[in-house]
Design a protein around this ligand. Structure first.
Ligand code: NIG
Ligand code: FE
Length: 414
């Protein structure tokens, strides 16, 4: 199995032979290393070699695609989604237009609890079919590595149902890299409204051991937020998760300066995600850590909230990541090209910064940076071929439209 791509207008996000970067930090995010007028050769599903057409490839290959006028990028890495859910919540969208806030809707038993009710009512095979359809949609928009969370079950059976659906998505779509996070600590369920300790005990003593025993999750997630799980709750949960081998990857600082960033860093979280409420202290804490700050501006956009201070974070030297947060409440879209538009227009990220954030930094936020996220010899040949376009900036510029003409996954043209 081999394939040679020639006359690529711009081959984006390439590694040089010396530097196999693990993530892109701060001012380096301004640069997206590229080769103009390039070729790339794929063998056995992996990137074999690439270079400039000025030194034409000395490769004997019958399978050649001419990509004149088109760009080639690594496929997107979406490191934070909730795409397994039972039903949309468009009525809450209307309620917000009419003046209710996201928090008010949650306090009235809507929001996550609304999704939990629907999740517990739905048949597992129907949940799978719906989720598969969403997965196919985001693949068509360029995503080929994705993290998916539980968190709408809020009881043993419901959480296991979600995690089994994620596992089946993984098994039935082996060409897509899927990571799974256990998020029973997404909201206190109705039955435990007055008994928070009881729910924490249920997660720690009953759910976690079962999830770990069945190998159903890679990460432990907690919605650390005022009105949801406190810092003390989060500590207990993360410690328990670590005992079962689940590294933290948490929701932090969406609605308040909740201490979520600090607790995430304290437990060496792979990433802390959302970060609408981030100031100098949080930035300093992140600077002294390996934890990746993941921004979810699609949620801020859809909820009409203020945006994450991406400029300040990048200028401070952080490896900022962007992810969709695809979920039925705060962001019913997993469209990564559209996310780059929001990042550019609202967070004032440059197109290069946005693409760095959804490729190599997204891969790092799922610990997949040695497999995908950039064009490097030996990495998976997971590539986006764009429609003809004048330059990279056209991807976020041409908003709402799909920039993709074709994708190559594991060296195979889809
Ligand atoms: O990341 N904020 C917490 N969880 C999700 C939304 C969940 C929901 O509203 O269904 C988020 O935005
Ligand atoms: Fe989320």
């Amino acid at each position: 199995m081999h394939l040679l791509l020639i006359n690529i207008q711009q081959l984006c996000q390439v590694e040089t032979a010396e530097a196999n970067r693990q993530r892109v930090n701060g001012t380096d995010m301004k640069t997206l290393p590229s080769i103009n007028n390039a070729w790339l050769y794929i063998e056995n599903g992996r990137i074999h070699s690439y270079g400039s057409m000025d030194e034409e490839p000395m490769i004997d290959c019958n399978d050649i695609i001419d990509l004149h006028g088109k760009l080639v990028l690594p496929t997107w890495c979406d490191s934070h989604t909730h795409l397994v859910f039972a039903a949309p919540r468009e009525q809450e969208f209307v309620d917000r237009i009419n003046g209710l806030s996201y928090e008010e809707i949650a306090r009235r038993g809507g929001g996550i609890l609304n999704s939990a009710k629907r999740l517990n009512d739905i048949d597992e095979s129907l949940l799978y079919d719906q989720s598969l359809k969403r997965l196919h949609e985001v693949i068509a928009q360029g995503t080929a590595a994705i993290e998916i969370k539980s968190g709408y079950g809020l009881n043993l059976e419901g959480e296991l149902k979600m995690l089994r659906v994620i596992r089946k998505l993984k098994e039935q779509n082996p060409h897509i890299l899927i990571k799974s996070s256990f998020l029973a600590a997404h909201a206190y369920p109705v039955d435990y409204k007055q008994d928070h300790d009881g729910y924490l005990n249920l997660i720690i003593n009953t759910m976690l051991p079962k999830v770990a025993e069945d190998g159903l999750a890679d990460y432990m997630d907690v919605f650390c937020e005022e009105g949801f799980f406190s810092v003390a709750d989060t500590e207990r949960l993360l410690e328990a998760g670590l005992k079962h081998g689940l590294k933290p990857k948490i929701h932090a600082n969406q609605l308040h300066y909740s201490g979520g960033v600090q607790v995430g860093v304290k437990y060496n979280a792979i990433s802390v995600d959302h970060l609408e409420c981030v100031g100098d202290e949080e930035i300093q804490v992140l600077k002294n850590s390996n934890t990746i700050p993941t921004l979810l501006p699609g949620a801020a956009f859809f909820l009409g909230m203020h945006y994450q201070p991406a400029r300040k974070m990048i200028d401070a030297g952080l490896p900022v990541c962007l992810a969709s947060d695809y979920n039925p409440g705060s962001c019913p879209s997993g469209n990564m090209p559209l996310l780059t538009t929001i990042a550019c227009t609202q967070l004032k990220m440059t197109p290069e910064e946005a693409i760095n954030a959804i490729t190599l930094n997204g891969a790092a936020a799922m610990e997949l940076q040695n497999e995908v996220g950039s064009i490097a010899v030996g990495k998976k040949a997971n590539l986006i071929i764009t429609k003809p376009m004048p330059s990279l900036a056209y991807v976020p510029y041409d908003y709402g439209n799909n920039p993709i003409e074709k994708m190559i996954i594991n060296g195979v043209v889809l």
